[in-house]
Ligand binder design. Sequence first.
Ligand SMILES: NC(=O)c1ccc[n+]([C@@H]2O[C@H](COP(=O)([O-])OP(=O)(O)OC[C@H]3O[C@@H](n4cnc5c(N)ncnc54)[C@H](OP(=O)(O)O)[C@@H]3O)[C@@H](O)[C@H]2O)c1
Length: 261
Amino acid sequence: MTNRFDATPAGLLAGKVVFITGASRGIGAAAARLFAREGAAVVLAARGTDALNRVVAEVRAEGGVADAVTMDLADSASIRAAVDRVEQLHGRLDGAFNNGATGQSQPGPLDATSDEDIDEQFAVNFRAHWTAMTAEAALMRRTGGGAIVNTSSIGSRRANTALPAYGAMKRALNSITETAAVTWAPHGVRVNGITAGGTATEMMDAWEAATPGIVKQLTAAIPMGRMAEPREVAEAAAWLLSDRSSMVTGAIVPVDGGAGA
Ligand SMILES: NC(=O)c1ccc[n+]([C@@H]2O[C@H](COP(=O)([O-])OP(=O)(O)OC[C@H]3O[C@@H](n4cnc5c(N)ncnc54)[C@H](OP(=O)(O)O)[C@@H]3O)[C@@H](O)[C@H]2O)c1
């Protein structure tokens, strides 16, 4: 005799269509693998078509449903086209993980940060999320509601002398995350953010190359004593995108090993 506890649990995201930006590597690629394993059909977006296709092939090889769409976060029209592509593929959107971003190409100080760096940070790390959320929420509202998660950073929480433009745009992202949550709560769209701490990805490798010793310095400030693995950040996003977080909206959730505590 079986009881309900013997049944194989359905995946956390079973039956959902989830769009993921920055899915060609790092946290976004880990999210693609995890969300697909949890039952979602995933649509992966970034600029790097070859890298996206490799992640798509991995997910399909495991029996998952995945597609790629090439998109540049600096180009608003391409973001809207990517969300349109999701509708063409699946006719609906249940979850969006707005995770793609670029590191500051030249770390601080504040008074040495170039106009080009500020413009890029604004376009890719802030305006893109505004554009993406607006398109995603419009589609979600037509197809029964959904959930959005934006990847912010521990670097948004306080003064950020190392990455001043990046920190400012991530703090602005926290603001529109909260505003979007309140705006769309009556329409069945939840919106949350994650303030990731130091995570072992190419973005961190690039920062280490520009500022040798930064990984050791950041790790020393993490009470858990190590960087996050990309999958550990994706796990928090999976829960926030799932129906298991049905009363959570407007939250900015730290995933940082205690570094911000
Ligand atoms: N790693 C950390 O320690 C850390 C800490 C806090 C927060 N975060 C945040 O976590 C998120 C993921 O970062 P990650 O560490 O996984 O970085 P990553 O390994 O550098 O990956 C960044 C992703 O964003 C995409 N991307 C960058 N610029 C883009 C553009 N203009 N248009 C479209 N896609 C673009 C990249 O793909 P293409 O290059 O192929 O376009 C890639 O898929 C980001 O929001 C980052 O700010 C990371």
